[in-house]
Design a protein. Structure first.
Length: 243
């Protein structure tokens, strides 16, 4: 994964999203849903959920919105029936794409996702058509903007808790775990005073695809179009961005 920092991509994408009015709460809702789905809806026992809820509150997200996202994840939202679906396909230039959605109308969502792919020179495939090209890993970011965190000490703590690998990026450490060890590592690092900037169980591509300028522009447009869809929870791809 060296040379393909997910942290840098997260920062670039979130900064672009946050510049768009109305996107901040949507992003927080998705993060809350994901954390609650993975570790349960109790912030007292789910360190990842507590982290994303605190971030949402810092951006003045209403408590009702937070509660709704948690209830969606735990299946306790009255009068609503949501279904989790995964779409797989190829973007321009053959980039592998996986889209996870949460929807109360799968026909509408399927049509919208299909349209986004088609409009940007992509096409949907069958389930399993690209998922074999990704590995599922726990992912934790420890920000180090002031350079105050001792790398050796953090590495020992992370490995002791069950982490698989740790890499150093500009102003941050990226920690990788097996999915089953993810929550233990998050909890251990939090209890030992480390401030977690981001954490999730997610997919990492085994290889990356570089595109020419025109194809990359269309691929980024496809990603942005999907991100603007309220039903879309996560987008995974193996594009090697040029910047």
């Amino acid at each position: 994964m060296a040379g393909h920092s997910k942290w840098k991509n997260i920062q670039r994408r979130k900064n672009a999203q946050d510049a768009k009015k109305g996107k901040v709460f949507m992003r927080h809702a998705k993060d809350i849903y994901t954390a609650a789905k993975q570790g349960g809806g109790d912030i007292a026992t789910n360190a990842s959920l507590r982290l994303v809820v605190d971030k949402a509150k810092a951006d003045n997200m209403p408590n009702d919105n937070i509660d709704r996202a948690i209830k969606k994840a735990t299946g306790t939202l009255d009068g609503a029936s949501f279904e989790e679906l995964t779409y797989e396909g190829y973007g321009p230039g053959g980039v592998a794409v996986i889209v996870n959605v949460l929807t109360d109308n799968k026909n509408r969502t399927a049509a919208e996702v299909r349209h986004a792919f088609k409009k940007n020179d992509g096409n949907l495939g069958e389930n399993g058509s690209v998922s074999f090209m990704f590995d599922r890993k726990g992912y934790i970011i420890i920000a180090n903007e002031n350079g105050e965190i001792d790398e050796d000490e953090l590495t020992l703590e992370a490995l002791e808790a069950g982490a698989e690998d740790i890499t150093t990026e500009e102003e941050a450490y990226e920690i990788f775990t097996e999915p089953e060890n993810f929550q233990d590592v998050v909890t251990h690092l939090t209890e030992n005073g480390y401030e977690i900037a981001d954490s999730e169980v997610t997919l990492f591509p085994q290889t990356y695809s570089a595109l020419n300028e025109t194809e990359e522009s269309k691929m980024l447009t496809l990603i942005e179009t999907l991100e603007e869809n309220e039903d879309v929870q996560d987008i995974h791809h193996n594009l090697e961005e040029s910047n």
